[in-house]
Design a protein around this ligand. Structure first.
Ligand code: PEP
Ligand code: MG
Length: 591
């Protein structure tokens, strides 16, 4: 039966593929296709892991101390029974044989199928066996991960989006932590759907940076979509169509081809300078998460990196954070890759929906902090870890020996934070001088993403060389809307007059003070705002590489004079979105 699920559109385009349901706790399982020749060795790998777990469980049972409760032995028996049940191992083999999934992926796919069947059982005792099944699968996955090389080692996968003749796949999950989302970059998936998340949650931001269609906040999606269902993801409208009829499918295939043609057309603008009709030059920069993303930035024609979210280097490290040398290598890689163009490295913005350890936003919200977005995040976290902070500052400074580096502090709100951050920077410089390590001049900037910073901008401008407006957080904190919470996503409004006033004020004051100002939040890459931001005086936009061509097209067609007389009226309007549409298309008088 065909049905639709509605969510929030976060990454444009249409994806069509079979659903792969992934439990949040299991996203770290490798997903790749194997060659036909690898099918038998892969099944053998699964068998070896299963036998190892069987031996482990048997031994555990044998060595149970005399005082252990009788239920424990019975439980181990249940686990052994589940382990050998054909619905687990037999069906897992089938995923490997028919779909050419690697063994870990096949096992988690089958677990999802069985978990659903358990959920639907009337008998409470049987329903509770789902937890046992999950534990057994966890043991087998662990056995595969530690398996001796040669016997358990995974087969080399078919990397990237080469389906090797298989059906394309889309990922469906309740929630995926931002760092886990990152691991799917260049993976086999051609689209994403998650139950939770807002338009500018970091999971959505990473999905967008992967330039594949995605819908978040689709609430029930992972519960009602079944493993292997055919799914259409409409990333423009935020709709997911499950098991579409042939006519609907054909319509979406048509739209898919159209959007591919449009992309091709836009990519021809790559080398065209971004200059408005009235001759204003505009700088288009890229937002990146990892040094390797610099390649996509160059490919898209970016004139530099306006935001390197360095925190992604710090995530899922199981307690061990990257040291100075490791960070230096990563920053240097990005700087060298950008071939002399500026690279703006933001110090870690850990916290809120970006926890250090693998944890979904939901888990974080409910288990670890009352309101993490207002807690110890970004510069607050860095200042609370002075050793780590100076280490990062030294690594960034050292990278400046290889090209143009700018340093950016996230979420500053207090002048005391500014003073402490700049003191740490001065100390880091002195330490490098003492150690005889090279570095060059680095401009220092602040992100304006808390209303307090926007409201006291002149004081901030006295301390910084530039500012960058983080509209994602500025909206979150101005409107008191958790950007990762789909329940309030309808109130997350970039057109809100209060938000626009803060942005316009920041751009105007920075320009008047002769300081460089850019926007690096999602609004910079949203074509709906391009002209308004140009009208506010913005000449530097930073966004995902995949959005650069679209924004460039808007810049090329824009005439900033159109806004000179209307901007004030738009800013004072109760409905700026409607008013923006009324701005005349052409300029009739000379400026
Ligand atoms: C922002 O807040 O707009 C921003 C660019 O930073 P992040 O999305 O990483 O919080
Ligand atoms: Mg931010």
């Amino acid at each position: 039966m065909s049905f639709q699920v509605f969510g929030l559109p976060v990454s444009r385009g249409v994806a069509i593929g079979r659903a792969v349901l992934v439990a949040s706790s299991r996203v770290d399982v490798a997903h790749y296709f194997i060659d036909v020749a690898q099918v038998e060795p892969e099944i053998a790998r699964l068998r070896l892991a299963r036998d190892a777990v069987a031996a482990e469980l048997t031994m555990l049972k044998r060595d149970l101390p005399a005082e252990a409760p009788a239920e424990l032995a019975a439980l181990l028996d249940v686990h052994l029974m589940l382990l050998h049940d054909d619905t687990l191992t037999g069906a897992t083999k089938q995923w490997i044989q028919d779909r050419h999934y690697n063994a870990e992926w096949a096992l988690s796919a089958q677990l999802e199928v069985l978990a659903r069947q358990f959920d639907e059982m009337d008998d409470e005792y049987l329903r509770d066996r789902k937890a046992d099944l999950e534990q057994v699968v966890e043991r087998v996955l662990r056995a595969m991960a530690r398996g001796p090389v040669g016997s358990f080692a995974p087969a080399p996968g078919v990397a990237g989006r080469d389906f090797g003749g298989e059906d394309p796949l889309v990922l469906v999950a309740n929630d995926i932590a931002p760092a886990d989302m990152l691991q799917f970059k260049g993976s086999v998936f051609t689209g994403f759907v998650t139950d939770v998340g807002g338009r500018t949650s970091h999971t959505a931001i990473v999905a967008r940076s992967m330039d594949i269609p995605a819908v978040v906040g689709a609430r029930e999606a992972s519960r009602i979509i079944r493993q292997d269902d055919w799914v259409v993801i409409d990333g423009d409208c935020g709709v997911v169509i499950v098991n579409p009829s042939p006519i609907v499918l054909e319509e979406y295939r048509f739209r898919q081809r159209q959007s591919e043609l449009e992309r091709e057309r836009l990519s021809r603008l790559r080398h065209t300078p971004a200059v408005t009709l009235d001759g204003e030059r505009v700088e288009l920069l890229a937002n990146i998460e990892l040094p390797q993303d610099a390649a996509a930035a160059l490919e898209a024609g970016a004139q530099g990196v306006g935001l390197f979210r360095s925190e992604f280097l710090f995530m899922n490290r199981e307690g061990e954070l990257p040291g100075e040398d490791e960070q230096y290598e990563a920053y240097r890689e990005a700087v060298v890759a950008m071939q002399g163009m500026p690279v703006t490295i933001r110090t870690v913005d850990i916290g809120a929906d970006k926890p250090l350890d693998r944890m979904s936003a939901n888990e974080l919200r409910h288990e670890h902090a009352l309101n993490p977005a207002l807690g110890l995040r970004a510069i607050r976290w860095s200042l609370s870890e002075p050793g780590m902070f100076r280490q990062q500052l030294r690594a960034i400074l050292r990278a400046s020996a290889h090209g143009k580096v700018r340093l950016l502090f996230p979420m500053v709100a207090h002048l005391s934070e500014v003073r402490h951050a700049l003191d740490a920077f001065a100390r880091a410089k002195q330490q490098l001088l003492d150690a005889g390590k090279a570095f060059s001049q680095v401009d220092v900037g602040a992100m304006i993403e808390v209303p307090a910073a926007a409201l006291m901008l002149p004081a901030f401008l006295r301390h910084f060389d530039f500012v960058s407006i983080g509209t994602n957080d500025l909206i979150q904190y101005t409107l008191a809307i958790d950007r990762a919470d789909e329940a309030v996503a309808h109130l997350y409004d970039p057109w809100h007059p209060a938000v626009l006033k803060l942005i316009a004020g920041t751009i105007g004051q920075a320009r008047a003070a002769g300081k460089h100002v850019s926007v690096c939040g999602e609004m910079a890459g949203d074509p709906a705002f391009a002209e308004l931001l140009l009208g506010m005086g913005l000449r530097s936009f930073s966004m995902h590489p995949s959005q650069i061509a679209t924004i460039k097209q808007r810049v090329l067609r824009a005439d900033t004079r159109r806004w000179s007389t209307r901007l004030q009226a738009v800013l004072e309007s109760d409905d700026p979105e409607a008013d923006c549409k009324d701005v005349p298309a052409r300029v009739t008088a000379s400026p």
